[in-house]
Write a protein of this length. Structure first.
Length: 464
């Protein structure tokens, strides 16, 4: 692993080698580095220097470095490399990595990449691209090791030595019948430790776990997490084996899913691409929809304010605490919805747990509301006593109004924020859609109603 402190020094060494065209020194500096570290160094260089570094890399390492680069840098490198260099990199890539590259590049670049593939590689690419986006078929590779059920352990190991080179992984070996149906899988460790004369189908190993090519990538991620596998076989609906998905691909899926959820929690559509790769109008479109919905929702706040216009006119002091009340409710709702959405995503909670969550959040909401209300009460009384602000002769009633209103608003915000993800999951929607801004907007409107309703009860006959 490249040491953080050493990275700037090595970057300067690379720049010096490029400036002096000392390609030997440049190659020596990169030889002992991990491909991911080389990719990081490339990203730290100027755009015109990136191609020089890439050209001196050995062919079997170049494609690995290329796969670690973000799409915009990949596109820039493709534009600067010769067709022969592109052909060498693309053909060396794993089919699943190659498919994602073809999917992410602009149409013009994709056509150039497709022209570098052999007929067999082109068929593989078209087959993977034929599956719907975000399904298991897009992430699988056809490079895996298979054995026949009648083989002995010794025969299977000899077969792996002959055919295993260049495969995605040999940690797991797949047992197929004559028609290509997946019968079982066996770990290489179990195969090595088994009696040489034992048939592979009889080797004791964990039960088979597989996914169908049309399964959603979230389902694939759940299988990996649940069964703790390094690779999962992918089959069609009839059980014919099509490929495998390895854990490194699933880590990418987990990162993408987490990114989508975080973006949705922020109150927008998922970008589905790195920030700088998203076009300006696409960025605006993905953000404008939710902003418009939230703006319309906030207009209801003005409606609620106009409904209580008379109360505000009689007790202007109430208007001073409107931001305090509604922001506290929105903050408590945002906290609750973030906690529940993440717990649902991690499967710490199920739909059947909604009442347990309701009860816990009710207690939490009341307790938090009492705490915030006490702080607000003390603040109003102290400011009046110290003559910082004049709240009038009924300042104690105003303080109690704020206190009890905060209890109601924070409790409602907590319950709304915690129950909305359950409701969306029950209706078949993504709970992350109940974003923090959406919950805050909902609580703003109801918070005003709660606040002025409490004020009518406590201040009737005095200020109102």
């Amino acid at each position: 692993m490249l040491d953080t402190a050493a990275a700037p020094i090595l970057s300067e060494r690379l720049r010096a080698a490029i400036d002096t065209q000392n390609w030997r020194d440049l190659r020596d500096a990169l030889t002992e580095l991990n491909p991911s570290d080389v990719a990081d160094l490339i990203l730290a260089l100027r755009e015109e220097e990136e191609a020089f570094v890439f050209r001196v890399l050995p062919r079997d390492e170049a494609w690995q470095v290329f796969s670690y680069l973000p799409p915009d840098h990949q596109e820039g490198l493709i534009a600067s490399l010769s067709n022969e260099q592109i052909r060498a990199v693309v053909r060396s890539m794993n089919p699943d990595d190659r498919t994602r590259l073809l999917e992410e590049m602009p149409a013009e670049v994709t056509r150039r990449l497709l022209a570098t593939l052999s007929p067999n590689e082109l068929n593989d690419a078209r087959a993977l691209l034929g599956y719907p986006e975000e399904t298991a078929g897009r992430y699988m590779t056809p490079r895996y090791v298979t054995v026949q059920p009648e083989m002995t352990a010794a025969e299977a190991l000899a077969h792996i030595r002959r055919t295993g080179r260049g495969m995605e992984t040999v940690n797991v070996v797949y047992i197929l019948d004559a028609k290509g149906h997946l019968l079982e899988d066996v770990r290489l460790g179990s195969l090595v430790l088994a009696d040489p004369s034992t048939r592979v189908i009889d080797i004791d190993d964990p039960p088979l776990v597989s996914v169908v090519a049309t399964d959603d990538r979230e389902e694939v991620l759940k299988r990996f997490e649940k069964y703790d596998r390094v690779a999962l076989p992918v089959t069609d609906a009839e059980g014919h084996m099509l490929g495998i998905i390895t854990v490194d691909d699933v880590l990418d899926v987990a990162e993408q899913e987490a990114t989508e959820d975080i973006q949705k929690l922020g109150g927008m559509e998922a970008l589905d691409a790195p920030y700088l790769s998203v076009g300006m109008w696409s960025m605006i479109r993905k953000r404008a929809g939710w902003l418009a919905v939230l703006f319309v929702g906030e207009m209801l706040t003005a409606t609620a304010m106009s409904y209580f216009e008379g109360e505000i006119a009689h007790a202007v002091v109430l208007a001073l605490f409107v931001p305090l009340i509604i922001s506290s409710g929105g903050n408590s709702g945002s906290q609750a919805t973030s906690l529940i959405i993440r717990s649902l995503a991690l499967r710490e909670l199920r739909l059947r747990d909604w009442f347990v969550v309701f009860r816990r959040e009710l207690i939490s909401g009341v307790t938090l509301g009492m705490m915030l209300g006490l702080i607000g009460f003390v603040r109003i009384v102290m400011w009046e006593k110290m003559h910082f602000t004049e709240y009038g002769v009924h300042y104690m009633l105003v303080a109690f109004t704020v206190w009890f209103a905060l209890v109601g608003v924070v409790t409602f915000g907590t319950l709304a924020g915690s129950m909305l993800p359950f409701l969306l999951r029950k209706l078949g929607f993504d709970p992350a859609t109940s974003s923090a801004p959406f919950v805050a907007t909902l609580v703003d409107v109801t918070g005003l109603c709660i606040y002025f309703s409490v004020a009518l009860l406590i201040l009737r006959g005095t200020l109102l």
